[in-house]
Design a protein around this ligand. Structure first.
Ligand code: ADP
Length: 489
């Protein structure tokens, strides 16, 4: 198989062209031959009419016993042409006079003799007995003869006039045309295939250019794009699609890069604190036990924070790779919410925040219980974290058609309007200093990203429904039965 499209196209083009030209020439050859034969037939009819006029005129002029033969001789003499033979037969099928019997009719050739004595001629003569007019091909020489037979009466008797016309000149003309075709066609095909190759090369040149451009694009220069010459043609569409693909890849690469940079940045802080704190603890020979206890408390806290970040990162990475199959089970959402509220109560009490769950009717759901718990705890944790002392956090749940709507409202300071669209981004924190502070539990900005992914993995959604200076409300929509989906971000 030829590997180059240019050559394949040229070969196909040449092959199809050769077949089309071959067919056209064959058809043209037959049409031409047919019209030549028709013209010959018309000539034969004219010749026959003129022959009979002469014959009849001679019969009127002459008298005597052999008057018919004499008149026929004269008519043959007068109508003698090269490559034409005459014969007159009676109705028994016997030739009574032919061109050969007319000495004055300029020496009928050897070929003529052969024709008139041939079996083909006799067959034609026999066939003409049964019909008034007959045309036929007489394949006696290489080129063959065209024969015409016509019945006529003279002096009260019926005869058959037969005129044979050699097809040699016509055949010769056809052969000359054929041999001209024989060298013209290959030259035409050769020229056309050269042109075809040139065109294929020219039309595929942009593809070659695009392929070498594409070959040069790698991770380092992912922002380069293919040149689009005409965005409306097919190659323009191809280049456009390729560029769109590169856009998506570049965006995904950028996201990954940002993710890596943010992740390492987030990990660096607790690691630095761990190192610093342990160095301080080890630097003094003897320290009061309270100081060691304090150092250990800080170490423990940072280790917990580190563990949480690593777990969150692991969750998101698995979710991105689509490798986080949901473990669905049947449970009651209202019970799970009550459980989470109970767990968060200690945190709330520490800040003297009133935490209430308004309760809900029985809410059976089929979902991944541990993921939904994680989402609820994240939202509760945030609500408490971003609400000042003596504030209020309220949780509500109700069914709306085929989904549950869980809302968690707080009386915190809200999210600034310009930051609202970004709070679900990974590593995004509205107030970095505050949310990383120890007192607030040191979030890494992954909580909402994971919570939204959990809602979406259940075919639901999580949104910031309200946020102003009086507080915020996050609303999670969870389908009653989210179907057998495999999670991915
Ligand atoms: P973090 O670990 O910082 O809490 P999250 O992804 O959970 O990360 O939240 C991202 C940001 O959204 C937070 O840094 C905070 O600025 C804002 N945010 C989240 N929940 C609330 C809330 N209930 N009230 C005000 N701001 C909030």
């Amino acid at each position: 198989m030829v590997d180059s499209i240019r050559i394949r196209l040229t070969l196909w083009y040449t092959g199809v062209l050769a077949i089309v030209i071959g067919l056209l020439c064959t058809v043209a050859y037959f049409i031409f031959w047919r019209s030549t034969v028709q013209r010959t037939d018309a000539n034969l009819v004219e010749l026959s009419d003129s022959f009979l006029v002469t014959l009849r005129a001679e019969l009127e002029d002459q008298s005597g016993p052999d008057v018919f033969l004499a008149a026929a001789h004269v008519a043959i003499d007068e109508h003698h042409f090269r490559d034409t033979l005459y014969a007159i037969a009676d109705l028994t099928g016997k030739a009574i006079l032919t061109s050969l019997d007319t000495p004055s009719a300029n020496s009928p050739s050897k070929a003529g003799r052969k024709v008139l004595s041939s079996a083909s001629f006799q067959n034609f003569l026999d066939a003409s007995l049964h019909t008034d007019r007959l045309f036929s091909q007489i394949p006696v020489t290489e080129a063959g003869y065209r024969g015409f037979a016509q019945h006529f009466t003279a002096k009260g008797k019926s005869y058959i006039l037969i005129i044979l016309q050699s097809l040699h000149p016509q055949k010769q003309m056809m052969e000359e045309a054929g041999s001209a075709f024989a060298w013209l066609i290959p030259i035409a095909i050769l020229l056309a295939s050269g042109g075809g190759y040139f065109l294929a090369r020219k039309s595929l040149a942009p593809v070659v250019a695009m392929s070498s451009q594409a070959g040069r694009i790698g991770a380092a220069n992912l922002h380069e794009r293919l040149a689009v010459q005409n965005e409306k043609d097919e190659l323009g569409h191809l280049a456009g699609s390729f560029n769109n693909l590169l856009d998506r890849l570049a965006e995904s690469f950028d996201r990954q890069r940002r993710f890596m940079a943010d992740a390492s940045h987030e990990l660096r802080t607790p690691v630095a604190i761990l190192r610093g704190e342990s160095e301080v603890a080890l630097s003094h020979q003897a320290r009061p036990p309270e100081e060691y206890r304090e150092s250990l408390r800080v170490l423990h806290h940072e280790a917990e924070r580190l563990t949480r970040i690593v777990e969150d990162l692991f969750t998101l990475t698995r979710a991105d790779a689509g490798q986080y199959p949901l473990k669905r089970s049947d449970f009651y959402l209202d019970e799970l919410i009550a459980e989470c509220v109970h767990s968060a109560r200690t945190l709330a009490q520490a800040k003297k925040i009133s935490l209430t769950f308004e309760g809900a009717a029985e809410s059976p759901i089929q979902a991944d219980e541990s993921l939904v718990r994680r989402m609820l705890l994240n939202l509760l944790d945030n609500a408490i974290k971003y609400t000042p002392e003596f504030g209020r956090v309220t949780v509500a749940c109700h069914r709306n058609g085929k989904e549950y709507v869980v809302s968690i409202s707080d009386t915190g300071g809200g999210v600034p309007a310009e930051l609202r669209p970004r709070i679900f981004e990974r590593f995004f924190r509205a107030d970095k200093a505050r949310s990383r502070s120890e007192a607030d539990g040191g979030g890494a900005g992954l909580g909402l990203a994971i919570s939204r992914w959990i809602a979406e993995a259940h075919q639901g959604q999580l949104e910031l429904a309200r946020s102003d200076s009086t507080g915020s409300t996050f609303t999670a929509h969870l389908p009653v039965d989210s179907g057998p989906s495999i999670s991915s971000s």
